[in-house]
Design a protein around this ligand. Sequence first.
Ligand code: NAI
Ligand code: K
Length: 353
Amino acid sequence: STDDPSSTGHEQVVFCQDTQTGLRAIIGIYSTALGPALGGTRFYPYASEEAALADVLDLSRGMAYKNALAGLDLGGGKAVIWGDPAQLKGEALLRAYGRFVESLNGRYYTACDVGTYVADMDVIARETRYVTGRSVEHGGAGDSSVLTAWGVFQGMRAAAEHVWGTPTLNSRRVGVAGLGKVGKHLTRHLLDDHAEVVATDVDPRAREWVRANHPQVELVDDAAALVAADIDVYAPCALGGALDDETVPALRAKVVAGAANNQLAHPGVEKLLADRGILYAPDYVVNAGGVIQVADEIEGFNFERAKLRATKIYDTTRQILRLADEEGVPPAVAADRLAERRMAEVGRLRSIH
Ligand code: NAI
Ligand code: K
């Protein structure tokens, strides 16, 4: 349903090409109802232009919902650069891309995503003001995994309160799948809250980091072992699609709350979770700390202000879980409804004159 831009509800889709550098990019603006569209640039060797377009349409729509529930005065957008970053990425290509971003006059702000890094944003910033996720030396917010993990922890606290009555992970067994940038910070917050952490990562260096820094964390072989383990909370912090027709029936946790994007492998998995009595804190609600961190750059980065905003993920998650109960729908559906309500109600005010 996403291959015809005229039928997807997007405001604007911009195709960019620079033959000298080999740049082919698509910028998708789903909505500017709440403010300029913010979302990262994915640099990826898509199999076709159709695949790149489908991805940017999906991702930009997702950002509109995420930014709306993060309480930001920002709409949703995303960009893809189609090609192999290892072959194509360089100063000239990134600057050519930056000029396209600049040409939208602030309707779209970019940031890092898969295949783009803080250093790339610094290069793009030489051509446009409309870029976040720059390095600290360039006035940027730096590594966004810090507040992503903080926000996931807040969302998890709200889920714990909903299920067990108190907003703490104290004495709960939490399974962390993926000990990367976010998983490491999250593990620290959980240990500080006196949770028991069980974890896994495919990368031996990540496992070594845990053994050296947090010997009390129990390591298991893989994500499947974590799913089957006797845990209270499952925190997917690696790749998308962690929840599918195989993992959900095997899952022993009562709560799922983690950082990974697109945790539900396909539509309908949210219903499988609900039917098994597993509370799923929607991924895009609890992992919004990262976008909150980079969005703060637009006002001149202030870590404490951004952290306060990310702390509110606790309140938002609570509100969504209550709404889900009231309306008899899975939390993922309640989250979408709340996001759509904010975009409609506040978006209307912005269009009054
Ligand atoms: P990362 O790349 O630093 O960490 C991912 C970790 O997962 C790596 O250590 C990797 O070895 C491990 N991993 C990969 N496949 C695995 C598997 N099958 N089983 C176990 N471990 C596996 O990425 P980061 O930044 O920590 O992000 C984690 C997730 O959170 C990603 O899905 C990302 O899209 C999402 N996210 C990250 C944000 C951020 O600010 N960094 C913001 C919002 C979402
Ligand atoms: K729209």
